[in-house]
Design a protein around this ligand. Structure first.
Ligand SMILES: [Zn+2]
Length: 456
């Protein structure tokens, strides 16, 4: 306990100087998608390398990739059989555009009240620096109880094109017992959060072919099945009136929410009003019997993502289109198998396609869902967070996916601890991105507690 406190005190006493370093990294416009910022990407990697050198890390290297370099650093514990923690981060940021909507320039960090405004303040330079400062605070005051490795890439905002190859080529270097990914945020400033579930995906394309060319609707209408009508009919049969997916077997493997999980999810409160405001829809919609957050994270969905047929230019043209196409994707949850779901969709559609047209289904991509309440280090992190905020952690199932976490599990064999100290209203990817400093300060303390929890 005393050891933990000495590390926390180090952080609190040096907070101003550390904050200055956080502001310095925010000043570098590391926009990964814009080739004009290539030098800034290198500068950011160098900044991190210099900082790691100052901390006395045992091994530091900037690995070039085809796009932007990856920074790696490692500090070994003196303990003989210390566990190894790998911390993931990305130092690249989204473009700041539209610039005129910023109240102050995006790369001149500006402190107003409890917030620091700058591109990357929340996503995720703030989270990287929080992790580094936590390590620094422990190193300055204690014997490091675990080995700590950092992998910080510069391509997350452009889909991490170099990461999978890098992971595959450096499995020994990246070998670890636990992975911390602080790129997932909190539900609110008072609710420390661990994201423990991510949805998977099946993405297909359906093509309905009718006549070999577009036909005159006056001459042929009524005697030839219209592919546009047919595809609309098929799509209408993919859902039941209660909002559930109509494909037989679709829900067979879905892991039901336990009463405890439902209780934990409910602790996040109701987000219905904010969703209506955010999206501009007149009313929300969804599968009956589930709350918004349950639907978002724990229930599978099926949606048409694109629809194409016939004449879609200005004015009118009277045709029976030759074909119709729909892009359709499903978000999957544990324990749905993407291959099984793909086969179920295919055979269901085949069973409802009329024999007046030809149907084809193409597979775009398949990916499994991810459940990480058993990620190594989970208890340590949950305790560190709840001790810092003085309340139990909120567990969240995310509606999207975090490919980095899936890739790391596949290649390194370790599930990630997904957390972070950003808030839903941080405006990440938008003008006036900000980080809530009181939350960030607590975040550093929680990470110190997390690191020190391996001392016993
Ligand atoms: Zn991010």
């Amino acid at each position: 306990m005393d050891k933990e406190l000495s590390a926390i005190n180090y952080f609190l006493e040096n907070q101003d100087a550390l904050m200055e370093q956080y502001l310095n990294v925010l000043r570098i416009p590391s926009v990964s998608t814009d080739p004009a910022h290539k030098k800034d990407m290198e500068r950011t990697a160098e900044f991190l390398k210099d900082y790691f050198e100052k901390l006395g890390m045992d091994y530091i290297e900037i690995f070039p990739t085809k796009v932007h370099p990856i920074v790696f650093a490692e500090k070994k514990s003196a303990l003989p059989d210390a566990k190894t923690l790998l911390i993931y981060g990305h130092y690249d940021v989204q473009p700041p555009d539209p610039l005129h909507e910023w109240n102050t320039p995006p790369f001149e960090p500006n402190k107003v009240g409890d917030y620091i405004y700058a591109r990357g303040a929340s996503d995720m330079k703030g989270q990287i620096m929080a992790s580094i400062f936590a390590l620094e605070s422990v190193l300055k005051t204690n014997d490091l109880p675990i080995n700590v490795k950092f992998i910080i890439e510069g391509e997350e905002e452009i889909g991490s094109p170099s990461l999978v190859d890098f992971l595959e080529d450096h499995t020994e270097l990246l070998k670890c017992d636990m992975i911390l990914n602080p790129d997932a945020g909190m539900i609110s400033a008072t609710q420390p959060t661990i994201v423990y579930g991510l949805r998977g995906m099946v993405y297909i394309e359906l093509r309905i072919d009718g006549p070999k060319m577009d036909l005159h609707s006056g001459l042929f209408g009524g005697n030839i099945a219209n592919p546009a009508n047919v595809i609309a009919d098929i799509i209408s049969k993919l859902h039941n009136p209660d909002g559930s997916v109509a494909i037989p077997g679709f829900y067979d493997k879905v892991r039901p929410l336990t009463p405890e999980e439902r209780e934990l999810i409910a602790m996040a409160g109701s987000l219905e009003d904010s969703y209506i405001k955010l999206t501009g829809v007149p009313r929300l919609y969804g599968e009956e019997g589930f709350t918004l957050l349950e639907r978002q994270g724990a229930r599978p969905t099926l949606d048409v993502n694109g629809l194409y047929s016939g004449y879609i230019e200005e004015g009118a043209k009277t045709i029976i289109p030759a074909y119709a196409k729909a892009k359709i994707s499903c978000r999957l949850v544990p324990d749905q198998n993407p291959d099984d779901i793909y086969r179920l969709i295919k055979s269901y559609i085949a069973s409802i396609v009329p024999n007046t047209v030809r149907a084809q289904i193409f597979k775009h991509s398949l990916g499994p869902a991810y459940l990480a309440d058993d990620a190594p280090g989970y208890e340590n992190l949950a305790n560190a967070l709840s001790e810092t905020w003085g309340k139990p952690v909120t567990l969240k199932r995310e509606g999207g996916s975090i490919p980095v976490a899936t890739n790391m599990q596949e290649i390194l064999g370790v599930k990630s601890l997904l957390t972070g100290f950003g808030l839903p209203d941080d405006a990440i990817h938008s003008p006036n991105e900000r980080q809530h400093l009181p939350t960030w300060t607590k975040g550093v303390q929680a990470l110190i507690r997390f690191l020190m929890s391996f001392a016993e």
